[in-house]
Design a protein. Structure first.
Length: 712
C-alpha cells in the first residue's frame, strides 16, 4: 500500500476524525459542525475515501476569520471544512513520521517529545555553556510569505508519490472566502489547517541545516528563533548568514524587531524573559471569550499561549547594514507587546499517536480491510484512573464525576470495554447498561493487579467451548499450535531488537540474535510441550539480555521479573502486558471463544490460558516497543516511579506515569501494520481481532492451519 492509499484508508480517516473532534473548532464554509459531521460518520468517511481514490475529491474554500488581539491588531485564520480538516489530519499523521525524521534537533515546534519548555531549557543550557550573545530575530510575515513552488520542491525530496503532491497542492492553492468575496492563495500557508504545522517546519528545515553546517547554535520554534554565540562577531556573522539563507527562501527579517543582544541586557523568547542568569514568565491578560471560541487549532498540549513581546529598537537604517555586517543598535529599550506567533497545533496530538520503528509497510501492496457488519474497526477502551471518581450513565453518555463535578463525558456508542483501576465507583445504571450491551467491566488495582470482570453471559457458545476442550486434549494439535505461537513470539522479539540495533550498532547484539536464531532452528524437531516451553524460556532470556543493552544500565534492569516487578522497567512491562491482556481478552469474548481454554499454556484455575496464548505474538511489537520508546526518548525518568527499598517490594508507577503509558499504548494500538495472513493493512487492535478470528476457525476445523502475526 502506498502513502496515498494509507492516507485514504478508512482506519486512518477514522482516527483522524477523532483528532479533529478532540481539537474542536468552528465549522468551515459549508457550516457543517463537527457534531453534524459525526452523524452517520462511517458513511461520510467511506464517501470521502471513495472521492479521494477515484480523483473526484476537491478542497472546499477556506472561511477567513479575523480575531482581534489585545493590542487591537487583527489575526487572520483560514478555517477548512470539517471534511477537509479530517483528510488533512490523516495526511499529517501519515507524512509526519517520514518528514519529522529529516528535521533537526534545534526545531521544537509541532513535534513529538518537543515543547516550548524544552526549547526554553535548550536556551538555558547553551547560555550556561558560554553562548551569551544572542541574535534575537523575527521573520517578516513568515506564514503569509511561504513560496509554494519552493515548498513543493522540498516535499518532492522525501515524498515521491504524485497523488500525494497533488493533494497538498489543492490545499495550498485553495480559495479563501471573506465577506462573500473569494480570492485564491498564491503563496503562504493557511493558518488553521492541520497540515500547515508540518509543512512550515519542512520549509525552514534547510534554514536549520545551513546554520548547523556553519557550526552555529540556534533554537527554533516555528518562525520564532534565536541564535546563540560566544562573542559578538560570531553573532554578527550568524545574522548575515541568516539573511542570506532566508533570501533564498524568499523570506526576509523584520529589521525593526531583530537585534543582537547579550544576556546581561535581556530579551524575551517564547513568552519568557531572559536576563543574566534569570528566566521568568511575565503576566499576560487572558484570551477573550470570542478568541477562545473562534481560534480553531491555536492550542498546544500545554494549553499555553505562545505570546512574544520584544523591546522596541530605536535605530537608523544606516546603523543596521554596512560592510556585509549587521550591527543592531542596542540602545535604551522599552517594552511593547507585538503580534502573537500564530500557527495551528492540531498536528501535535495526531503525531503523539504515531510510534513506528520503520516504514517498510508503506512499500507493500496490501488490500485494505473495510468495516465489518459485526463491529467497529476499533475496540474502544475507557480507562478510568482518577482515584475517587464515579462513572455514571446519563441519557446516551457516560459521565465521569469527581466531588460532584463532571470531569469528562463520553458517548455510550464509543465504549466497547471499561478498565477500572483502583478506587473508582460505578453506578447501578451504568453497570446495567454495560451488562445489557455486553460491555465488559474489568476491575484492577491502581497498580494493575486483576480482581475480576463484570460481564454478561448472553453470547456463550457451548459447542465451540466443547471443541476447545477437545483440541486441548489433542496433544499433537496443541503442540503444533503452540510451536507456531512460540515461533512468532521469538521472531517478533528478535525483529524488534534488530530494528533498534540498526540505529545503535555500537551495542553489538549479534551474539544474542545468533543465539535466538539457533533456538528457532530447534523448534521443528521438538516432541513435547515441556521442551517447547524450554526453548521459549531460553529465547526470552536472550531477548531480555539484548533488551537490557538497548535501554541502558541506568534503569537497573537485569532480567524480566514479575512477582513483583522490582524496578521501573519491569513495572512498565507488567503494566503494559496487563493492558494488552485485557484487550485480547475482550476480542476472545467477542468471538465466542472460552478465554480459559488454551493450547500453549496449560489449563489451571483462575488463568485465562487462551488469552495468554494469543497475546504472545503481540508482546514485543506493542508493549516492549512502547517501553523502549518511552525510555530511550526520555519521556519517562526514574522520578516517575515509586522505587521499592528491596527486591521483594513492588515498584509502582506514579499517577501521571500511568497516564503517559496508556496514551503511548493507545497510540501504538492505533498505529498501522501489514497483516500478512490476509493482506490487509490494519491497526494493531484490528490485527488482534483477525488473529482471534483465525484461531476460532482453526479450533472449529474451518481453517487447516493457524498463521501467526509475524513482523518483518
Amino acid at each position: 500500500m502506498g502513502l496515498f492509499e494509507e492516507i485514504c484508508s478508512f482506519n486512518t480517516l477514522l482516527l483522524a476524525f477523532d483528532r479533529v473532534e478532540e481539537n474542536g473548532g468552528s465549522p468551515g464554509i459549508d457550516n457543517v459542525t463537527i457534531e453534524e459531521f459525526s452523524i452517520d460518520l462511517k458513511t461520510r468517511l467511506l464517501e470521502l475515501r471513495k472521492q479521494l481514490l477515484d480523483g473526484t475529491y476537491s478542497s472546499s474554500p477556506l472561511r477567513k476569520v479575523g480575531i482581534q488581539k489585545p493590542d487591537g491588531k487583527i489575526r487572520w485564520l483560514s478555517i477548512p471544512t470539517v471534511k477537509d480538516r479530517t483528510i488533512q489530519t490523516s495526511a499529517a499523521m501519515i507524512l509526519s513520521p517520514i518528514l519529522d525524521a529529516e528535521f533537526e534537533e534545534c526545531s521544537f515546534a509541532y513535534r513529538k517529545n518537543k515543547s516550548v519548555q524544552k526549547a526554553v531549557h535548550k536556551v538555558i543550557d547553551l547560555r550556561d555553556k558560554g553562548y551569551t550573545w544572542v541574535v534575537d530575530a523575527d521573520i517578516r510575515s513568515f506564514f503569509d510569505e511561504i513560496n509554494h513552488a519552493l515548498l513543493i520542491e522540498e516535499i518532492r525530496k522525501y515524498i515521491k508519490e504524485d497523488r500525494v503532491i497533488e493533494l497538498i497542492k489543492k490545499w495550498l492553492d485553495a480559495d479563501v472566502v471573506y465577506k462573500g468575496e473569494k480570492t485564491r492563495l498564491t503563496k503562504g500557508l493557511p493558518q488553521g489547517s492541520p497540515i500547515s504545522p508540518l509543512l512550515s517546519n519542512l520549509y525552514l528545515d534547510s534554514f536549520d541545516e545551513a546554520l548547523m553546517e556553519e557550526k552555529f547554535r540556534h533554537v527554533r520554534f516555528a518562525d520564532d528563533f534565536v541564535i546563540l554565540c560566544k562573542d559578538k562577531p560570531d553573532a554578527e556573522d550568524a545574522l548575515e548568514l541568516t539573511e542570506d539563507v532566508l533570501k533564498k527562501l524568499k523570506l526576509q527579517l523584520n529589521a525593526e524587531e531583530t537585534r543582537i543582544v547579550h544576556f546581561n541586557q535581556g530579551f524575551r523568547y517564547l513568552g519568557m524573559d531572559f536576563l543574566r542568569s534569570m528566566v521568568y514568565r511575565p503576566i499576560y491578560e487572558d484570551k477573550s471569550d470570542s478568541e477562545q471560541e473562534t481560534a480553531l487549532n491555536d492550542v498546544s498540549n500545554d494549553k499555553e499561549r505562545l505570546r512574544r513581546t520584544k523591546p522596541e529598537i530605536t535605530s537608523k537604517p544606516a546603523d543596521t547594514v554596512r560592510k556585509k555586517k549587521r550591527h543592531m543598535n542596542n540602545a535604551e529599550q522599552t517594552t511593547s507587546e507585538l503580534p502573537d506567533t500564530v500557527m495551528a497545533m492540531a498536528l501535535k496530538k495526531a503525531m503523539e499517536g504515531a510510534e513506528r520503528e520503520d516504514f517498510d509497510f508503506l512499500l507493500e501492496e496490501k488490500i485494505e480491510i473495510e468495516p465489518t457488519a459485526y463491529s467497529d474497526p476499533f475496540l474502544r477502551t475507557l480507562y478510568l484512573l482518577e482515584q475517587g471518581a464515579v462513572l455514571r450513565k446519563e441519557d446516551e453518555r457516560f459521565v465521569i464525576t469527581k466531588d460532584d463535578r463532571a470531569i469528562k463525558e463520553i458517548p455510550l456508542i464509543k465504549v466497547d470495554q471499561i478498565l477500572i483501576f483502583g478506587n473508582i465507583q460505578i453506578t447501578t445504571q451504568a453497570m446495567k447498561f454495560c451488562l445489557e450491551e455486553d460491555v465488559p467491566i474489568i476491575l484492577l488495582s491502581s497498580s494493575g493487579k486483576y480482581f475480576g470482570t463484570v460481564e454478561s453471559f448472553k453470547s456463550v457458545t457451548i459447542a465451540l467451548h466443547k471443541k476447545q476442550f477437545e483440541r486441548n486434549d489433542d496433544r499433537k494439535f496443541a503442540l503444533n499450535i503452540g510451536r507456531t505461537i512460540v515461533r512468532a513470539k521469538i521472531n517478533n522479539s528478535k525483529v524488534l531488537i534488530q530494528r533498534y540495533a540498526r540505529k545503535r550498532k555500537s551495542l553489538n547484539l549479534e551474539s544474542e540474535i545468533h543465539a535466538i536464531n539457533l533456538l528457532v532452528d530447534r523448534l521443528p524437531s521438538i516432541s513435547n510441550h515441556e521442551e517447547l516451553m524450554g526453548i521459549e524460556g531460553a529465547a526470552s532470556s536472550r531477548y531480555f539480555s539484548a533488551f537490557r543493552a538497548l535501554i541502558g544500565e541506568e534503569w537497573d534492569f537485569t532480567k524480566r521479573k514479575k512477582n513483583p516487578p522490582p524496578d521501573p522497567v519491569n513495572s512498565l512491562l507488567s503494566y503494559g502486558y496487563t493492558l494488552l491482556f485485557y484487550n485480547v481478552y475482550a476480542m476472545i469474548r467477542m468471538h465466542g471463544l472460552h478465554p480459559y481454554v488454551g493450547l500453549l499454556h496449560s489449563i489451571r484455575e483462575g488463568h485465562p490460558a487462551l488469552v495468554s496464548d494469543m497475546m504472545e505474538e503481540f508482546r514485543a511489537p506493542i508493549v516492549d516497543a512502547v517501553v523502549i520508546n518511552l525510555i530511550t526518548r526520555r519521556s519517562l525518568k526514574k522520578e516517575d516511579f515509586i522505587i521499592p527499598e528491596d527486591e521483594r517490594s513492588l515498584c509502582l508507577l506514579r499517577d501521571n506515569t500511568r497516564k503517559i503509558f496508556i496514551k503511548a499504548f493507545e497510540g501504538k494500538m492505533n498505529s498501522s501494520i501489514a497483516h500478512e495472513a490476509t493482506g490487509y493493512q490494519v491497526d494493531y487492535r484490528r490485527c488482534i481481532d483477525l488473529q482471534v478470528q483465525a484461531m476460532r476457525k482453526v479450533i472449529d476445523g474451518k481453517l487447516s492451519e493457524y498463521k501467526p502475526m509475524m513482523i518483518k
